[in-house]
Design a protein around this ligand. Structure first.
Ligand code: ADP
Ligand code: ZN
Length: 220
């Protein structure tokens, strides 16, 4: 199955994709994780993309498309994949259509005030990218309890140190939301026209959302 998670930064794309990946036995591909990993290892790609990530702007399409092409040509993608954070522009969506045929695009909906609260409280493992959250958000029907590691400051999966992403600060978060509205939101119409878009309202923690998403994709 070839899936894409679409939605504003902080809507939970990464968390849901990483939890669905083992359930569907297909890899989770996050272009953001690929870029951060390359930055940490100071590879040529990492050096090239660093300035865009720091500002919250988008990495140029040709670089992103090249990275994705290479990634999905790998063996583990033969039965499909879950994209999170790609495509982010019309250009990228068109390029993806040329390489492969998507089964479904899940569009995550979440209000901006909750997004800002969630993102400011997001923590990630510096080693494996696992996502945690220290906020306890309750607003009307919305409920986002904290996602804490068993041992404070350390990743459950690999023991890596938890940190705050440099772009998860209020200023950069707002810039990223603006970039989303201008560049990525138009993709909702693009995929609607292809009749592969499904809306998912994000109302609670992964335990609540993962079964809803599985149902939406017809896997439960
Ligand atoms: P979030 O969804 O929380 O914004 P990501 O990890 O998906 O975080 O992306 C982090 C940053 O990586 C983006 O702000 C952007 O600079 C860069 N990036 C990731 N994916 C893409 C993409 N498909 N196109 C352009 N830039 C990207
Ligand atoms: Zn980890």
């Amino acid at each position: 199955m070839k899936l894409v998670f679409l939605g504003p930064p902080g809507s939970g794309k990464g968390t849901y994709a990483s939890r669905l990946s083992p359930l569907l036995s297909i890899p989770h591909i996050s272009t953001g994780d690929i870029f951060r990993d390359n930055m940490a290892r100071k590879t040529p790609l990492g050096k090239k993309v660093e300035k865009y990530l720091k500002r919250g702007g988008l990495v140029p399409d040709d670089i992103v498309i090249e990275v994705v092409k290479e990634r999905i040509s790998q063996k583990d993608c033969r039965n499909g994949f879950i994209f999170d954070g790609f495509p982010r522009t019309a250009e990228q969506a068109i390029a993806l259509d040329r390489i492969t045929k998507l089964d479904m695009v899940l569009n995550l909906n979440l209000s901006e005030d909750i997004i800002i609260k969630k993102m400011s409280a997001r923590r990630v493992c510096g080693k494996c990218g696992q996502i945690y959250n220290i906020a306890d958000i309750r607003l009307g029907k919305f409920r986002f309890p904290p996602i804490l590691p068993k041992k404070e400051g350390a990743c459950d999966k690999c023991g890596g140190k938890l940190m705050q992403r440099k772009d998860d600060t209020i200023g950069v978060i707002k810039d990223r939301l603006e970039v989303y509205k201008k560049q990525t939101k138009p993709l909702i119409d693009y995929y609607k026209k292809k009749s592969i878009l499904r809306d998912v309202n994000v109302i609670g923690p992964p335990e609540v959302m993962v079964p809803i998403i599985l149902k939406t994709i017809g896997k439960q």
